[in-house]
Design a protein around this ligand. Structure first.
Ligand SMILES: O=P(O)(O)O[C@H]1O[C@H](CO)[C@@H](O)[C@H]1O
Length: 390
């Protein structure tokens, strides 16, 4: 039954969790359904007590849904109403889409061609901005800006501190494309979808990737505000059998079994470590091991103790799927974590991790992070790297 199936779905926004018996439901694939019919596994549905006229419902396309979803996230229900041109209250829900099939090559090509046809720049360097690190994209010049919901086949960002735009421009004269906001599995996206923009970058000609994130410090020698160059990662979700590469392998990207022992480019790490002194950052830049957990919960004390024992220096909820996909398709990768908070490993404390602290630290360290990102992009663009050279 529809209502039973809906009970398992995650309400993103909305005030009705049970569908009125007599409503018609419009699915994101344009199909109309009524109560009692079986819902397809992934859809967005829209209905309402005083909802929009059915003629409006019929004209709602998938893109409209995305826009409405985003508007409502930004502006609350008022934004959604405005777009529905006077319709009454509505309910918007989205499924958890862990069982979706990864996009075929042609859909990734469609996204890449869309962007290439709308910018004159041909970036070979990509950047992914972590929580609160998006202001880096504001530093680009000659910018072409693409909100994610306007790019075919793109997911949308739903987390505070992730603006949700692809910004293509130049930084110190070097063309770069910058994701101002990323996708996380806890938002309901399967890992392949979290990382799909990396494949879009690849098909646009990007061969070097700078990945950034906010992370909690586990290494007790770290301090809040430190910057950890990632030298390796632990793919915890991989241990549990999930991977952005799960499913049929497409050899056009890379091999079925890619090596991961050299995921974080050694030359880039060494050069950066040598040059951070020129930026006055030598006392705050570290190297270490990052672990990705699924989130969205922060860690328990016991979990943190476990992570410390297995050699983790910083913990977050992102980055690994992007790096795995980038390495699979032969990109050279550099990544760093901003230590936005120290993980709490005592039982007797009132202190607790919070996303507010994460954003506050990122905001406070913005200038140094931008200096470091500029340095890395300069090294990437000047060290004569040729894709496939390793
Ligand atoms: O990894 P980024 O996207 O920087 O964000 C980090 O900050 C959020 C938690 O505060 C999580 O999303 C975690 O992964």
């Amino acid at each position: 039954m529809v209502t039973q199936q809906l009970a398992r779905r995650v309400p993103l926004i909305g005030h009705e969790s049970v569908l009125p018996e007599t409503s018609n439901y419009l699915m994101s694939d344009g199909q109309h359904m009524t109560t009692g019919q079986t819902c397809p596994s992934n859809f967005v549905w829209l209905t309402g007590v005083n909802g929009p006229p059915s003629s409006l419902l019929q004209s709602v396309t998938r893109a409209h849904y995305r826009r409405m979803e985003r508007k409502q996230l930004q502006n609350g229900r008022a934004g959604l109403r405005a777009l529905a041109s006077g319709g009454g209250s509505m309910c918007l829900e989205q499924t958890v889409s862990g069982d979706e099939t990864p996009y075929p090559y042609e859909m990734i090509e469609e996204s890449a061609e869309f962007l290439l046809s709308r910018t004159k720049l041909r970036p070979k360097i990509g950047v992914i901005c972590g929580s609160g690190l998006g202001p880096l994209a504001e530093q680009l010049e000659d910018r072409d800006i693409f909100p994610y919901e306007t790019i075919p086949n793109f997911p949308v960002s739903t987390v505070a501190g992730h603006a949700g735009r692809m910004v293509i421009g130049t930084l110190d004269g070097v063309p770069v494309m910058c994701m101002q906001g990323r996708f996380h599995s806890y938002e309901g996206y399967p890992l392949w979808k979290c990382a799909m923009p990396v494949r879009v970058m690849k098909l646009m000609g990007v061969d070097q990737l700078l990945v950034t994130n906010a992370a909690g410090g586990i290494n007790r020698e770290f301090n809040i505000g430190d910057i950890m160059i990632i030298k390796d990662h632990i793919n915890m979700q991989g241990f549990a059998g999930d991977s952005p590469l799960r499913g049929r392998n497409d050899e056009r990207y890379g091999p079925r079994f890619p090596a991961m022992n050299n995921a974080y480019d050694k030359t880039l790490r060494q050069k950066t470590l040598e040059l951070v002194k020129d930026l006055g950052l030598q006392d705050v830049v570290r190297e270490g091991v990052y672990v990705m957990l699924g989130g969205p919960t922060y860690e328990t004390v016991a979990e943190l103790n476990l992570l410390r024992v297995v050699g983790v220096d910083a913990v977050g909820m992102s980055t690994v799927p992007e790096v795995v996909v980038a390495r699979h398709c032969g990109m050279r990768v550099f990544a760093f974590s901003l230590i936005t908070n120290m993980c709490i490993v005592e039982y007797d404390t009132e202190a607790k991790a919070s996303h507010t602290e994460v954003i506050e630290t990122a905001t406070m360290r913005q200038k140094d992070l931008q200096k470091l990102a500029r340095l890395i992009i300069k090294i990437m663009s000047e060290d004569g790297y040729v894709a496939g050279d390793e």
